[in-house]
Design a protein around this ligand. Structure first.
Ligand SMILES: Nc1nc2c(ncn2[C@@H]2O[C@H](COP(=O)(O)OP(=O)(O)OP(=O)(O)O)[C@@H](O)[C@H]2O)c(=O)[nH]1
Length: 176
């Protein structure tokens, strides 16, 4: 029998950056132009095989609207990884991302793997955040960084593979 390793991941970031869309693309390989803003948080799972193991992602997709901010600790506590999402066409959302990183560093679990996702890379013609800025920032905080498009299915699998890889390294090759 294959071992199942569970991995709790939460998504954080400004409203409208595409957190739910990233999860929906990853879990259901689907994209919805008319997706509604998340209320509170939503939970989904996806199990992928990796070598001789099964990895079960337990994914908490939080609501980005400011009125739900105080709920976030319930979801990032106990997470092995946080995906912090910004929209490459909105500088403000990159600023919000930095606030989330600060909060995670102050109140999040020690050793949480942070992955920065610059979403909506299909809209690079109206980009406001240069990839270079995101890379420099990610490096300064020891985070993974990737530009994604939930719409066009770009780098979504890679994002979660990167997370698995880094969580594995932190756990000394073992996904417990
Ligand atoms: N062009 C483009 N649009 C996207 C992409 N991802 C999401 N969107 C659109 O952006 C809008 C917001 O997406 P959501 O997934 O609801 O964003 P969210 O971050 O979950 O928002 P909250 O639930 O309010 O926190 C929707 O209209 C999506 O269709 C993408 O990769 N490219």
């Amino acid at each position: 029998m294959m071992a199942i390793r569970e991995l709790k991941v939460c998504l954080l970031g400004d409203t409208g950056v595409g957190k739910s869309s990233i999860v929906c693309r990853f879990v259901q390989d689907h994209f919805d132009h008319n997706i509604s803003p998340t209320i509170g948080a939503s939970f989904m799972t996806k199990t992928v095989s990796c070598g001789n193991e099964l990895h079960k992602f337990l994914i908490w997709d939080t609501a980005g609207q400011e009125r739900f901010h105080s709920l976030a600790p319930m979801y990032y506590r106990g997470s092995a990884a946080a995906v912090i999402v910004y929209d490459i066409t909105k500088q403000d959302s990159f600023h919000t991302l930095k606030k989330w990183v600060k909060e995670l560093k102050e109140h999040g679990p020690e050793n949480i793997v942070m992955a920065i996702a610059g979403n909506k890379c299909d809209l690079s013609d109206i980009r406001e955040v240069p990839l270079k800025d995101a890379k420099e920032y990610a490096e300064s905080i020891g985070a993974i960084v990737v530009e994604t498009s939930a719409k066009n299915a770009i780098n979504i699998e890679e994002l979660f593979q990167g997370i698995t890889f880094h969580v594995r390294m932190l756990r000394g090759g073992e996904m417990k």
